[in-house]
Ligand binder design. Structure first.
Ligand SMILES: NC(=O)C1=CN([C@@H]2O[C@H](COP(=O)(O)OP(=O)(O)OC[C@H]3O[C@@H](n4cnc5c(N)ncnc54)[C@H](O)[C@@H]3O)[C@@H](O)[C@H]2O)C=CC1
Ligand SMILES: O=C(O)CCC(=O)C(=O)O
Length: 441
């Protein structure tokens, strides 16, 4: 089973960061905006990108900061800071999720917005890139507080969003309910129901069948493709997943159903391991009842950080940024790293993984199933005609398979790693449109 390397030794790679590891502090290494910019610069240099277009695409188009007053349940008033950043609107309306978390920052939202631009271009859907976030601690807020905060945030950014301008969706700690509140608030202001202003809504109010599972489904498709590419079998392929939220749990469930062996799950409050494979449907049921993965009887408790370095064929970080860094990348014992989260790997870790010959499926490809199904939702809302789940899944599988082939072929023909190939492919597409539109005249 053990293989020395998945990348043939003869394959020469030319995509290492120029000795960057020696000059960054850990804090700098973990700045997502710098991480995005370093990959962008490297890919742009390889493309010989025109200097002017380079400057246009390096910076976000628009950054909005809002301060949102909210009446709390105890009668006090709290003011939350929120962001919406539109990185590029060259290829279509801005598109991207909204996250609620205590550590949201402008640099993070900027990075996430630009990753959306590159992601939508990698899968070739007609959107630009945007992202939003609110600094808050949703675990300690009631449903009422979350609803009031969401509605005021929507009102504060209302001039900047819309079906033809910028279309939000769920991200960390936001969900179908959050999208329903945004859609309703926007519709109240417009005086009519506007379903296409957000995606990831409940199905009965214009959501798409299959959107909830779509990011996990896309991950399962690129994992299948990676195994095929590398001559490996699903049988005996061990998978460890960090994060058991929307992305992680759906990826786990779909991979489980396909016959992969999910040996480890890491969550923020603990981890689980079972060398014979975790019964994922039973774990989903347990988590729904207990509110945590801890205490699940059919697996042993494991250290959540150590789980990332256990031997497996596929490691899927599906929680948050900066979990694979200079501090642990050398210890990873996976053959394939499939990035379900956005920005889970730092630029220093990129180089370490390159040296270890880990086959990386980069975030802007691996987790693009979500936004692809969001595109389908937006199309269905605008048509007022809704597809079956089978139709959504079949179209999603086709786009993810084609995009995987595009990126891996590009990497081979340009002698770069998969991440830089994905960036180059995306930047080329966005640069072409930016130039064609003359978005600087
Ligand atoms: N929801 C979507 O459709 C998409 C999400 N993503 C990305 O996937 C990642 C996860 O997003 P969702 O699943 O939507 O969020 P979520 O909020 O549904 O789930 C995140 C899960 O990760 C866990 N978690 C947080 N920090 C952790 C840590 N340090 N260690 C272990 N577990 C941790 C949380 O407890 C939670 O269960 C984010 O990076 C997000 O940007 C990317 C593409 C689409
Ligand atoms: O579904 C969408 O529009 C965006 C999802 C998202 O935020 C992401 O892909 O990171």
């Amino acid at each position: 089973m053990a293989r020395e390397s998945l990348i043939p030794a003869t394959e020469k790679r030319e995509t290492k960061m120029p000795a960057i590891a020696n000059i960054l502090t850990l804090e700098q290494e973990k700045n997502p905006w710098e991480a995005q910019a370093a990959r962008f610069d490297l890919a742009a240099r390889k493309l010989n990108l025109d200097n002017g277009i380079w400057k246009v695409l390096r910076m976000p188009t628009r950054e909005l900061i809002v301060h949102i007053p909210v009446a709390m349940d105890d009668g006090s008033i709290e003011v939350f800071t929120g962001y919406r950043v539109q990185h590029s609107i060259a290829r279509g309306p801005g598109k991207g999720g909204i996250r609620y978390a205590p550590d949201v920052s402008l640099d993070e939202v900027r990075a996430l917005a630009s990753w959306m631009t590159w992601k939508c271009a990698v899968v070739n859907i007609p959107f630009g890139g945007a992202k939003g976030g609110i600094i808050c601690d949703p675990k300690h807020m009631s449903q009422g507080e979350l609803e009031r905060m969401t509605r005021r945030y929507t009102a504060a950014i209302i001039d900047f969003i819309g079906p033809e301008k910028d279309v939000p969706a769920p991200d960390m700690n936001t969900n179908e309910q959050t999208m329903a509140w945004i859609m309703d608030t926007y519709s109240m202001h417009m005086g009519q129901t506007v379903t296409a202003v957000v995606t990831g809504k409940p199905v009965n109010i214009g959501g798409s069948r299959g959107r909830r599972e779509a990011t996990g489904r896309g991950i399962s498709v690129v994992c299948d493709q990676a195994l095929k590419h590398l001559g490996m079998d699903i049988a005996g392929t061990r998978v460890i997943i960090q994060g058991f939220g929307n992305v992680g749990s759906n990826a786990a469930h779909l991979l489980y159903k396909k016959g992969y062996t999910i040996t480890g799950i890491a969550e923020y409050d603990g981890g689980l391991y079972n060398a014979d494979g975790i019964d994922i449907p039973a774990l989903i049921e347990h988590r729904a009842k207990a509110g945590t993965i801890n205490g699940f009887a059919k697996a042993e408790a494991a250290d959540k950080a150590e789980l990332l370095t256990r031997e497996c064929e596929i490691l899927i970080p599906a929680a948050t940024e900066n979990v694979i860094t200079s501090q642990n990348a050398a210890d990873l014992r996976c053959k394939i790293l499939c990035e379900g989260a956005n920005g889970p790997t730092t630029i220093v870790a990129d180089d370490i993984l390159e040296d270890k010959r880990v086959f990386v499926i980069p975030d802007i490809l691996a987790n693009a199933g979500g936004v692809t199904a969001s595109y389908f939702e937006w199309v269905q809302d605008r048509m007022g005609y809704f597809w079956t789940e089978a139709e959504v899944n079949q179209r999603l599988d086709a786009i993810m398979t084609e995009s995987f082939t595009d990126v891996v072929s590009y990497a081979t023909s340009h002698k770069v790693n998969n991440r830089i190939a994905a960036y180059m492919l995306a930047i080329d597409r966005v640069a072409y449109t930016t130039k064609q539109r003359g978005m600087y005249a």
